[in-house]
Design a protein around this ligand. Structure first.
Ligand code: SAH
Ligand code: SF4
Length: 356
């Protein structure tokens, strides 16, 4: 059997491996630091571990980069889209969105997505496979290295439904957040979901991170139409479960609302949404639909977005209009499909070079 990539192990898995060898628990913290803080490229680099332990690690695991960075596209607004190739030649994308006070990396959790939301290009691909923990983590590690350690926040809003890959998501989150591993604050990580209700509960039992719920419609019959998952987990159940989710201190639940012209952007929809969310401590992000062929929905007019926002504000709801970033490189929400050909050998060399 092929050896496991050690980066597919959570901190707890490494502790268990260490315990199985009868060694002291602090050894797993040392391994975490070598892997994620000191960028070891082989087990032999881990000089404060005994030779026996290094040999035992080599016997059980490999230490490899799970992805190859094969292309980068830069938008006129500064957004950068990265194409990665996986071991089986499948492709995924991640998008870096630079802002004044933060640089947010939007990462993928699956190749494609099974949930088939009508307005989403990833949904048209169908689910091809889950990403492993190392494939999730390495998107962050590679882009962060490539961009001079400048990534401050991570959102799981790239390709795929993170809660449809819960086990690997939780392992990756634990590596990202553990202070002896990547040590990113939970406040800087957001998991976005279309609303697989029982999995929201399971995630909350495992970790506390920011949660964004892709609501996109204020009534079940409309949500059923554009997000088939709603037929299994309708709005009322979704809201109830989301409100119980253990967020980091002083953070609010987020709702995403993709505005589709003539579908869910009317004055009535705004009032219905206001009624639905009034009194819930939350933030609402209005996302004007990003057009992408072959999807036939249209982006709403600026006026209808502003009118929608005003109505929600009259309910005391904290609502922001999300600027579309990177549309010229198909890098905005819902536009990721990794469909363009990989090109440069140079970029591969730079990414690998940066790693060593
Ligand atoms: N599967 C998860 C995360 C990935 S999608 C989820 O659905 O939440 C990330 C966000 O992009 C979601 O809020 C989704 O509603 C939004 N989105 C999808 N397609 C879009 C499009 N074409 N334009 C704007 N936003 C879109
Ligand atoms: Fe999947 Fe999210 Fe796209 Fe829906 S919006 S198809 S859940 S990636």
């Amino acid at each position: 059997m092929d050896k496991l990539n050690i980066k597919d192990l959570s901190p707890k898995d490494i502790e268990e491996f260490i315990a199985s060898k009868g060694l002291e628990p602090y050894r797993s913290r040392q391994i975490g630091k070598w892997l994620y803080q000191k960028d070891a490229s082989s087990f032999d680099d881990m000089t404060n571990l005994s030779k026996e332990l290094r040999e035992a690690l080599k016997e059980s695991f490999v230490l490899d980069c799970a992805l190859e960075l094969s292309d980068e596209q830069v938008s006129t607004d500064g957004t950068r889209k990265f194409l990665f190739e996986l071991w089986d030649e499948k492709r995924i994308e991640a998008v870096l969105i630079p802002e004044k006070s933060r640089n947010t990396l939007c990462i993928s959790s699956q190749v494609g997505c099974a949930l088939a939301c009508k307005f989403c290009l990833t949904g048209t691909v169908g689910k091809i496979r889950n990403l492993s923990p190392s494939e999730i983590i390495d998107q962050y590690i590679l882009v962060n290295r490539y961009c001079g350690d400048s990534v401050t926040n991570i959102v799981f809003m790239g390709m795929g439904e993170p809660l449809d890959n819960l086990e690997n998501l939780v392992k990756a989150l634990n590596v990202l957040m553990d202070t002896n591993f990547i040590s990113l604050s939970a406040k800087r990580i957001t998991v976005s979901t279309s609303g697989i209700v029982p999995k929201i509960r399971e995630l909350g039992k495992e970790v506390s991170v920011n949660l964004a719920v892709s609501l996109n419609a204020p009534r079940d019959e409309l949500r059923d139409e554009i997000m088939p998952i709603n037929k299994r987990y309708p709005i009322k159940e979704l809201l109830k479960e989301s409100m119980r989710f253990p967020l980091p201190p002083r953070k609010d639940l987020m709702f995403e609302y993709v505005m589709l012209s003539g579908v869910n952007d009317s004055i009535k929809d705004a009032y219905d949404l206001g009624e639905l969310l009034k009194g819930i401590k939350c933030k609402v992000n209005l996302i004007p639909f990003n057009e992408a062929l072959p999807l036939s929905y249209r982006s709403p007019s600026r006026d209808s977005v502003l009118a929608f926002q005003k109505i929600l504000m009259s309910y005391g709801i904290n609502v922001r209009i999300r600027k579309s970033r990177g549309t010229d490189i198909l890098g905005a929400c819902g536009q990721l499909a990794a469909s363009y050909p990989a090109k440069s050998a140079t970029i591969k060399a730079r990414a690998q070079g940066a790693r060593l």
